[in-house]
Ligand binder design. Sequence first.
Ligand SMILES: Cc1cc2nc3c(=O)[nH]c(=O)nc-3n(C[C@H](O)[C@H](O)[C@H](O)COP(=O)(O)O)c2cc1C
Length: 300
Amino acid sequence: MNLSVNYAGVTFKNPITVASGTFGSGVEYSDFVDLNRLGAVTTKGVADHPWEGNPTPRIAETYGGMLNAVGLQNPGIDVFVERDIPFLKQYDTGIIVNVCGHSEEEYVNVVERLNDVDVDMLEINVSCPNVKEGGIAFGTDPKQLNHVTKLVKSHSNKPVVMKLSPNVTDIAEMARAAEDGGADGISLINTLTGMKIDVDRRKFVLANQTGGLSGPAIHPVAVRMVYQASHAVKIPVIGMGGVMNAYDALELILAGATMVSVGTANFINPNATIDIINGIEEYMKKNGVDDINDLIGAVE
Ligand SMILES: Cc1cc2nc3c(=O)[nH]c(=O)nc-3n(C[C@H](O)[C@H](O)[C@H](O)COP(=O)(O)O)c2cc1C
């Protein structure tokens, strides 16, 4: 039985990775999860200098999900390269580095710094709803997305995956803008912008007022968008959004995803990724599927 996939020229032992920002750089989870079993670890977004993130409270539970406005708190690329990469290198797993920035220059600084670092792929976050500059501004306008993609590609020697926002009218257009800019792949979906109000206090629950909605509540939106985006382009897709179990992951694969990221589920069940990999194996055995690649985009 084959679970390995080729994504943008890189072979991963299975299609399961973690969604950026929900797994740190793996350190916090390594007591619970055998990182050697994951197809890849996708790291928390890293910028060219340390970011403090947004004021608290910045997390709230919602029906079937959560809102977060963490604001891409991170220690900056220098600490990341010296501390987090050597940690991950101890394991037999792929490394996908998620990159964030406030400006074109900041994105370029990070990707250039990573040119000499041995990681498999970059995922460029142009879709965070919680930072005021950069982030989502690049991810909701196809022209800007196309431009940033070209820029990052011209400064990087690694495969580049553009992470798309669901906060758009036409996801197929965004997928094509990334492909046309030279992206090696696309990943989606990032969080959907939401808001929660404390009725008793008549105040916003999050200090940032708005936050990104994630978890099972957004899963059907993710399935629809992964289907539409993967049919609009030839480059491979990493699907994510509310994946809680193997069936949710398989749904995204059948919709057209080559790989799947697991995010919010890690907060509920730290072992979610392993349960999902085991569940995919069981499904394949039960249904006589020898190669996971036969399931990619196989919905009829
Ligand atoms: C607390 C939290 C932090 C996140 N941080 C990042 C981040 O740093 N970079 C990024 O591209 N996406 C980030 N995301 C978005 C996730 O990677 C993912 O796209 C989204 O949560 C949908 O997947 P899920 O429903 O499985 O969580 C974050 C999500 C959460 C909940």
